[in-house]
Ligand binder design. Structure first.
Ligand code: ARG
Ligand code: ZN
Length: 413
């Protein structure tokens, strides 16, 4: 009878967990400056305890680690014993998510940039835009996600013969600021009366995929705000999802640039292109590569422009000087704005960490020689749960950055 009771309780717990949202009550996010590689290793080891620790961000000097309340005392003890410098930047992740939810449901408009929109809202808006600007826009279909959703893109073209710019956004599900920015950007290209923006819009062909990881994005709205990966199960594990930005067939899994552990946030997948979203995207990019000169992959957060390569910091692209120069133009233009946001730049592996199989490395390999990962706001105040009040400032600075970036490309000829 006791076993039966336990069974029932477990079954109940599982079913409750199934239709409830993931909660992050009193989960704190620490900014940790480590002083040596060993400390970094120890801290990264902690993220294997997935219930308790989750890596939000990583750079050569600091880690952002979300820690669940039951292990905070233990964790703080470790920090002081190891003499590591740490500060809490989010004291309660759930409070941040709750505030965001209130703001998302309060806004009266059906779609807009004062709040974050769902996939359904984004798609309905896209339909409107395609109808309203049918003379200069065209829908393209990238393919179908694991769960059967259509991955949609919009091409904007005012005349033939323009150089093409490709924007991939929201490959990582929780990085909501990226699709908010991409949709705002589409709207600006089509409706702005500013002369600089008109010039920008009409002198390029735009291929924009506002939400690539559609399944993951829906999951972040419905189940778990902090989901990153795809939603395809892994046959060898009970963990779900692959890091789509490690799944392209470009130096896949090289130099430890992705994890082999299906439970890890940066799991590279069982094979390159195992994820239907990435297989479709890689074919789509290939099909337009001759018409595209620049690819930008939108991510958050940490304010960086990352060029190839991601898989090694011992080699650099042939045009690395150009890539630095063009990234500098973006960073300088953004920094000159009243917001004063600072962007750093360089190759992904040298500025950040080795990460193989990413979109911009694939684009580069396919001959799109100007290809960046754009890490948007912020730098660890709100992290992934950037309040909607920052959507427009972030989008404005992205626009200014892109104008400067493309102007610099033009100089290169
Ligand atoms: N934060 C991004 C990620 O982890 C960085 C990707 C950098 N780009 C690259 N080519 N590795 O996916
Ligand atoms: Zn990302």
């Amino acid at each position: 009878p006791i076993a039966l009771l336990a069974c029932l309780l477990l079954a109940q717990a599982a079913s409750v967990a199934k239709d409830e949202k993931a909660r992050y009550d009193n989960h704190a996010v620490y900014k940790i400056k480590y002083h040596n590689p060993l400390q970094r290793q120890i801290l990264l080891q902690l993220t294997k305890r997935r219930q308790e620790f989750s890596l939000w961000n990583e750079s050569p000097s600091e880690l952002h680690l979300m820690v669940s309340p039951n292990v905070i005392p233990e964790f703080e003890k470790y920090l002081s014993r190891a003499n590591v410098t740490a500060e809490i930047f989010v004291a309660n992740v759930q409070a941040l998510i709750d505030t965001e939810t209130v703001e998302n449901t309060r806004a009266a408009e059906s779609f807009g940039w004062t709040r974050y929109n769902t996939l359904a809202e984004i798609e309905a808006w896209l339909d409107e835009i395609l109808a309203k600007y049918s003379d200069v826009t065209e829908e393209f279909i990238v393919g179908t996600s694991y769960e059967g959703r259509t991955i949609r893109g919009i091409k904007i073209s005012y005349k033939t013969g323009n150089p093409g710019v490709f924007i991939e956004s929201n490959i990582h599900a929780r990085e909501w600021i990226t699709s908010a920015t991409a949709t705002w950007f589409i709207n600006e290209l089509l409706s702005s009366e500013d002369e600089l923006v008109r010039q920008l819009a009409e002198s390029h062909d735009w291929y924009i995929v506002p939400v690539l990881n559609v399944d993951g994005f829906v999951y972040t709205h419905e189940k778990d705000r902090l989901w990153r990966k795809t939603r395809q199960p892994v046959s060898t594990s009970s963990c779900i999802g692959t890091d789509p930005n490690r799944n392209y067939d470009v130096h896949w899994m090289e130099n430890g640039g992705a994890s082999k552990d299906p439970c890890a946030e940066d799991y590279g997948g069982p094979n390159p292109l195992s994820e239907p979203e990435i297989k479709a995207m890689s074919e789509y990019i290939k099909s337009v590569k001759d018409k595209v000169n620049v690819l930008l992959a939108f991510h958050s957060y940490s304010q960086l422009l990352l060029s190839p390569y991601g898989h090694t910091d011992e080699e650099f692209p042939d045009n690395y000087d150009d890539l630095l120069q063009v990234a500098k133009a973006y960073a300088d233009a953004v920094e000159a704005l009243p917001y004063g946001s600072v962007f750093r730049y360089g190759s992904a592996a040298s500025v950040l960490y080795t990460a193989s199989g990413a979109t911009n490395d694939y684009a580069y390999q396919q001959g799109i020689k100007i290809a960046y990962t754009v890490e948007m706001r912020d730098r660890g105040t709100f992290g992934f749960v950037l309040p909607p009040a920052f959507i427009i400032p972030n989008a404005e600075e992205t626009l200014i950055g892109i104008i400067a970036l493309l102007a610099e490309c033009k100089k290169l000829g």
